[in-house]
Design a protein around this ligand. Sequence first.
Ligand code: GLU
Length: 431
Amino acid sequence: MSVVKISKKTATSGPTDSTNPFEAMIERLNEAARVIKLDENVYQVMKNPSRQIVVSLPIQMDDGSIRVFEGYRIIHSTALGPSKGGIRYSMDVNPEEVKALAAWMTFKCAIAGIPYGGAKGGITCDPRSMSKGELERLTRAYTAAMSDIFGVDKDIPAPDMNTGPQEMAWIVDEYSKIKGGFTPGIVTGKPLFLGGSLGRVEATGRGVVVSALQAMEKLKLDPKKCTAVVQGFGNVGSITALHFQQAGLKVIGISDHTGAFYNEKGIDLQKAVAHRDKHKGVLKGFKGGKLITNEQLLTLKADVLAPCAMENQIRAATNADKIKAKLIVEGANGPTTARADEILTKKGITVVPDVLANGGGVTVSYFEWVQNRTGYYYREDEINKRADNWMKKAFDNVWETAQKHKVSLRIAAYIVALEKVEKAIKARGSY
Ligand code: GLU
């Protein structure tokens, strides 16, 4: 068996501060591969996404003009099962980002212990400047273009940044029309009345907090004496903040793309949610805290920091050395660069990595898919209990792996995933 040889340059110069998410993923993959002396053949398979689809989607806008949008679906791996992963709508969507996000889904599903591979999709667009009708046409066009890629046993999309139950409902409808049969299991994160699962909307944020509490127990931090800062107030960020509060932490800072807010006495989160829901989904104008910058938010003196917004928020070039939290729990995918990881580790800060921390979402997606296939639907408390237990098991597994190899939780998480995927790749064989 030949093992991965990491080039001298990589070995001596250490991790980079690259904000290219695919490079950031590869750097961690290299590190984990080096630690476990991963088989070179498996490494090559894991390094390269198995399928990349790019489509042009001409859409009629409300003013009668046609605009052409670029859509992607990248399948990283199907070694452990059908590929799974969300679809995001953002101007930042690009092939390198989607490739990285697809690989992270492979790792995430393997770490969570669910029988899926990994994929991700996206459309480069600014959903906030589009009408509901335009978004519906775009979603339907994307579904039609991907109708032979998606499949209940092939590739199952879900929500991600700026997509939610409504987009999933359009996907079910369009796919069902094209294939001629109602197929709710084609996508997860659906509205409840279309076969969605109880607990799915809250699942990611809930899992972030479950993994944070697991880490706090290990670090001997009492939640009732701890403060938290949450970056991002979308589905993941707001639910994370609310669950932190329920667990006894005082949430002193929150933010979204319109502003960041600090209140040393604790933010009234119910008020923040009500404000957001009344003001087109944004916190702008929220009066429950002092307006601060995003930079100030991330470097606030708090015990726990949960970046739940987007990639590359913690970087060596900007803020890694100024972070004061004892624990970082990554609700977002890819918020920390590889070099920032190194700085955080040196500072003694524990990072619960994205591929572990935000796995609660895809775990309940799996439960949704199982419910669609069996036709039996669980109560919310049953779903939450199962999801919490799966998260705890995943956390313990990664924690033990980190102890065994004396590596960070991130590298341990990659190791857990690589060891599982390696077995599947080898057992299935190749041409
Ligand atoms: N988009 C979510 C993630 O990044 C959920 C994916 C899914 O449920 O398939 O984990």
